[in-house]
Design a protein around this ligand. Sequence first.
Ligand code: AMP
Length: 177
Amino acid sequence: MSGTKPAVNLCDYIRDIPDFPKPGIVFKDITPLLANGEAFCASISRLACHIPEDIDAIVGIESRGFLFGAGLSQHGCIGLVPVRKPGKLPADVHGIDYELEYGVDRLEIHRDSLSAGHRVVIVDDLLATGGTVRATIDLVRQLGAEVAACLFVVELKALGGRQRISDVPVHSLIAYD
Ligand code: AMP
């Protein structure tokens, strides 16, 4: 018998919550993964494998992107730049409006957080339709920075988010059909 522990299966720590936050949506709840030290640690190490060496910042998307973004920042000793919902950032912001299925939403970033020539990696917990990360890529580029990759813990393949961001390398740890 070998003493090597089997690699942690991250799928075991993602929980389906039907009809949240509204009827018809199956919410992929990552809180069991966060609560398990081995699983959370493994998720950060596995995401970190996809971060190129010459990165200037991790860009985390509100709000669950902050959790994995902070872990990646600490892991690689790389700064963290938050992209937030409107009205949350205190200094001068640059914003972008983007379309939802019904209506529009907006994301903001501090203008002085990135400059021309910076290379960043964007992280969020989950890729669904890709609208949120598409807006974040465009926001970052509008500040003159370059997006080296987008990282996700979970990808819902049927929603086609990857096709919407085909101009950027995309990595997810768990993909559901
Ligand atoms: P989208 O813009 O459609 O790719 O949606 C991605 C954002 O919405 C991420 O910040 C996710 O946290 C959240 N999200 C969308 N769908 C789900 C879902 N089924 N379960 C959990 N989070 C979701």
